[in-house]
Design a protein. Structure first.
Length: 266
C-alpha cells in the first residue's frame, strides 16, 4: 500500500536481536511501500549494526532521522558522518538530514531533520532538569550553562534552516508534505502524560526554531497540507498548529519498541 510504516523512539539497543526482528515485522505488517523512523533508534556504538539489521529485515526504503540518544557515547559530527557513509553504501537507507526533498508520489513529499531541544520554549534559565545528553554526547561535556544554551540554540537554528530550505523547494511542487523530526517543533506538541510538558522540560522537549520555519512555510502556502511526525517526549498526542498543519507526536515505552499507525499518502 502507498504508506509509510512509522515508528519513533524504539531504543533498539535495549532489546534482543529477536525482539528487533519482531519490531521490524510489525513495521511492515500492512505492507507499506516504505518505512519512516523518527529517531532514538539506538546509541552510537550500536547504531550501525542496528540500521543494517533493520534494512535486512524490511527490504524496502527506510527513511530516518536521528534522536539525541543516537549520539550517546560519541559526538554529533562523528555520528552524522558515519551514518552518511553507511547510507551511501546501502540500498535502502536514507538519512533525511542529508536527503533534501523525497518524492513519495506526484502529490506527496517527505522531508526531515533531527531537530534538537533548542531551549527556545519553557524556562531554560530556571530549569533544574539535567539531561544525560550533557554527560554522554561529547559536544556538551564540560559546557557551562551559557555555552550550553548557545550550542542548543545553534543546533535548533540548523534544523530551522534545513526546514526553511527543503520546504521552499517542496511546497510549490507538492500538495501534501510529511515532515519527520525527532523533537516536537512546537511547545503544544511536546506531549508528556497527556498534557504539554512542564516549563522546566520544554527547553529540551521542543525545537522552536524548526517550528517557526515549518509554520511560516505553511502560512505562506495555505493550499498545501503538512503532517509533522515526531517523538522524543515518549508521550503521544495530536495538535493542529494551523488549519493546514497537523502534528502527531508518537508515544513510546523503553524496552517495548512498537510501530505507530501507517502514514498513508495519495
Ligand atoms: Fe526517546
Ligand atoms: Fe529523544
Amino acid at each position: 500500500m502507498p504508506g509509510l510504516g512509522w515508528a519513533t523512539d524504539p531504543h533498539l539497543n535495549f532489546v534482543s536481536p529477536e525482539r528487533l526482528d519482531c519490531f521490524c515485522g510489525e513495521l511492515i505488517a500492512e505492507n507499506p511501500e516504505a518505512v519512516l523512523l523518527t529517531g532514538d533508534l539506538a546509541e552510537a556504538p550500536s547504531l550501525g549494526g542496528i540500521l543494517t539489521r533493520i534494512e535486512q529485515n524490511v527490504q524496502r526504503p527506510v527513511y530516518f532521522v536521528l534522536g539525541n540518544h543516537d549520539y550517546y557515547r560519541s559526538s554529533i559530527e562523528r555520528v552524522r558522518n558515519a551514518v552518511a557513509q553507511h547510507c551511501r553504501a546501502s540500498k535502502w537507507l536514507t538519512y533525511l538530514n542529508t536527503a533534501g526533498v523525497v518524492e513519495l508520489s506526484r502529490e506527496t513529499a517527505l522531508v526531515g531533520h533531527d531537530g534538537w531541544g533548542d531551549a527556545g520554549y519553557g524556562a531554560y534559565w530556571l530549569s533544574r532538569v539535567r539531561l544525560s545528553d550533557f554527560e554522554l554526547i561529547t559536544d556538551f561535556i564540560g559546557l557551562d550553562r551559557g555555552a550550553l544554551w548557545r550550542r542548543l540554540r545553534e543546533l535548533g537554528a540548523e534544523a530551522g534552516e534545513h526546514f526553511r530550505s527543503v520546504l521552499a523547494q517542496a511546497l510549490p511542487r507538492y500538495r501534501n508534505v510529511i515532515i519527520a523530526t525527532h523533537v516536537p517543533p512546537f511547545d503544544r506538541a511536546a506531549w508528556h502524560e497527556g498534557r504539554m510538558s512542564e516549563p522546566g522540560w520544554l527547553p529540551y522537549f521542543s525545537c522552536k526554531a524548526a517550528g517557526e520555519a515549518i509554520r511560516e512555510a505553511f502560512e505562506n502556502h495555505p493550499q498545501c497540507r503538512g503532517l509533522v511526525v515526531c517523538g522524543h517526549t515518549h508521550g503521544g498526542g495530536e495538535v493542529d498548529i494551523l488549519p493546514n498543519l497537523h502534528v502527531t507526536t508518537g508515544a513510546a515505552v523503553y524496552e517495548k519498541p512498537a510501530a505507530q499507525r501507517v502514514l498513508p499518502w495519495t
